[in-house]
Design a protein around this ligand. Structure first.
Ligand SMILES: C[S@@+](CC[C@H](N)C(=O)[O-])C[C@H]1O[C@@H](n2cnc3c(N)ncnc32)[C@H](O)[C@@H]1O
Length: 529
């Protein structure tokens, strides 16, 4: 049985499409055969993608793998991501049958999704969104990583095409404890709009709709609505293409460090210091295999106002630069060390494909951090991608149980959190993190355009390292990683190009150390003393 729609009524899907402004919905089932330029059409329908057929306004490609119980199109993904060559043929077919103003969605487990994204970019498509959907199916077993509840849906459109994304609202949800709206962003007006709140790119708790709809129908309804055609006398059709992927042999984890040599790096690695300079120049001087946990929060190429850094490079230039420092990060990590890379999903798609191609690295999770930024545009951008890799098949230190996770369906208001303490069981950590907000108020942030919340850094460091370990951050900003590492009894090592940010980080570290009577005389680079 295919996970997406076998048990959904065809007529219902058709009427869903009509309600969203389409003439109807065609359904196809395809299978990729490994290594061959062949796409098998399994659907009893005749292939509607032939010459002369009307292009679709919206195509949703959903993929799955032969299930563990041997059923076709199940969920469980093989351990090795990557696409067989036949995928290229598939994308040519799909791209050739999508209208110029159309939207192409690809839905499936995050393991393979970045590779699909890149295939689309090669064919002139451009990234719009990665919707992180919390799905209510069996939890995929976590081999070394966090349990996955994350279904990814990529949204691509043709480059330079003028595509209108419709504003879609969803009903307000309320805290199960205090009854206040769950969403506390966008002001009172937003939370009182009777039409609901504007959708973001993280879709949680679709089970709230389960009594009325299957959650997959709700996903389909949202996607078709976001990409809905402008009203016309001759509405177009949509296509749901269900793709059964071939399974590549999964490599069994051999050992904790993947058989990589336990070769100590040459030279001494500095500790408890933030080095002033350019990431590439400084990192190349650091010894190989010297850090236990590496974290990267690079500039997002969004034209943010940094003091020292031009944040608006050409895409190719930015990505080539990222690949250079990613390669150095990998060199720096000890075997069995963990790597976390935070970026916008649009860039993280490329980071994932690059890192997946390095034989020593294994992607454990694409964690969707639901960071709740300001309402902006048609879809509120809330999803930050946090890629989690280990150097070798398994991370040496991994303790997800250390994370204090607020359960879904409860608000973050301090008063409510306090009152419900001990009354509501904590939740298990999985690959959608929705309980850590970005720093919302100016009064809580330093003079820095994108300082991260300490709680995020404390979570990453506590689950992926142990006391005494060395935590590296090559884009230290105003020192969130250093502060969190020291609070948790780890050593830190940072690089930052801007002396003003280093000065802020240093002042915070010193102030906290003095307050706690812990001042250990941490060293800071000479340039910023
Ligand atoms: C997204 S911010 C990191 C913020 C940090 N995580 C925090 O919480 O403060 C990126 C940082 O990278 C720094 N940066 C930009 N280009 C750099 C480079 N070439 N080498 C080192 N640091 C750089 C910027 O100055 C900025 O502080």
């Amino acid at each position: 049985m295919f996970w997406f729609s076998d048990d959904l009524e065809r007529e219902e899907l058709e009427s869903l499409a009509r309600a969203a402004g389409y003439a109807g919905l065609d359904i196809l089932t395809l299978a990729l055969t490994p290594g061959e330029l062949q796409v098998k059409v399994l659907s009893p329908l005749t292939l509607p993608l032939g010459e002369g057929s009307e292009p679709y306004h919206t195509i949703l490609l959903v993929y799955g793998f032969p299930g563990r119980a041997g059923s076709e199109g199940g969920w469980s993904a093989p351990a090795l991501p990557g696409l067989p060559p036949s995928a290229a043929h598939l994308f040519d077919l799909l791209a050739g049958n999508l209208s110029s103003q159309g939207s192409l969605f690809v839905a499936g487990p995050p393991s393979h999704l970045p590779h699909f994204g890149l295939e689309l970019e090669k064919r002139g498509f451009t990234f719009k969104y990665w919707y992180a959907v919390e799905w209510q199916m069996e939890t995929s077993p976590a081999v070394g990583g966090l349990p996955t509840v994350h279904l990814g849906v990529l949204h691509y459109v043709r480059r330079l095409a003028r595509v209108t994304i419709a504003k879609v609202r969803i009903p307000h949800q309320y805290c199960r404890f205090c009854g206040e709206p769950l969403a506390d962003w966008g002001g009172k007006k937003a939370s009182r709009n009777p039409a609901g709140r504007v959708i973001s790119d993280v879709w949680l708790q679709l089970d709230a709709w389960q009594d009325r709809h299957d959650w997959r129908r709700e996903v389909l309804r949202r996607l078709l609505s976001l990409a809905a055609p402008a009203s016309s006398s001759c509405p177009p059709r949509a296509l749901l293409a269900r793709l059964i992927m071939p399974v590549s042999a999964a490599a069994a984890p051999a050992s904790r460090n993947g058989g990589l040599p336990e070769r100590p790096g040459t030279g001494e690695v500095p500790r408890d210091t933030i080095l002033l300079g350019d990431i590439l120049e400084v990192i190349r001087q650091l010894p190989a295999e010297s850090v236990d946990l590496a974290f990267a929060d690079p500039p997002y190429n969004l034209d943010k106002r940094y003091n020292q850094y031009e944040d608006d490079r050409h895409d190719e230039e930015y990505l080539a630069w990222c690949n250079q420092w990613l390669q150095e990060y990998v060199r720096l990590l000890k075997p069995g060390g963990s790597l976390f890379v935070l970026n916008l999903p649009k860039w993280a798609v490329h980071h994932a494909v690059f890192l997946d191609g390095l034989p020593e690295m294994r992607r454990l999770n694409w964690i969707a951090w639901d960071a709740l930024s300001e309402p902006r545009g048609r879809v509120m951008p809330a999803h930050y991608a946090l890629l989690f890799y280990s150097k070798g098949p398994l991370p040496r230190h991994f303790h997800p149980g250390r994370a204090q996770v607020l359960p879904r369906g409860y608000c973050f208001r301090g008063k409510c959190v306090k009152e419900r303490a001990g009354k509501v069981p904590a939740a298990e950590l999985n690959d959608i993190w929705s309980d850590v907000h970005r720093i919302k108020h100016r009064r809580d942030r330093d003079e820095h355009p994108c300082q991260l919340p300490l709680r995020l850094m404390e979570r990453i460091i506590s689950i992926a390292s142990d006391e005494g370990d060395l935590v590296f951050d090559g884009f230290m900003g105003t020192g969130s990683t250093a502060l969190a590492a020291r609070r948790l009894g780890r050593h830190y090592l940072g690089i930052e190009i801007d002396p003003a940010y280093i000065a802020i980080a240093r002042a915070k570290l010193e102030q906290e150390a003095l307050q706690l009577g812990l001042f250990r005389g941490d060293t800071l680079c000479q340039a910023c003393q």
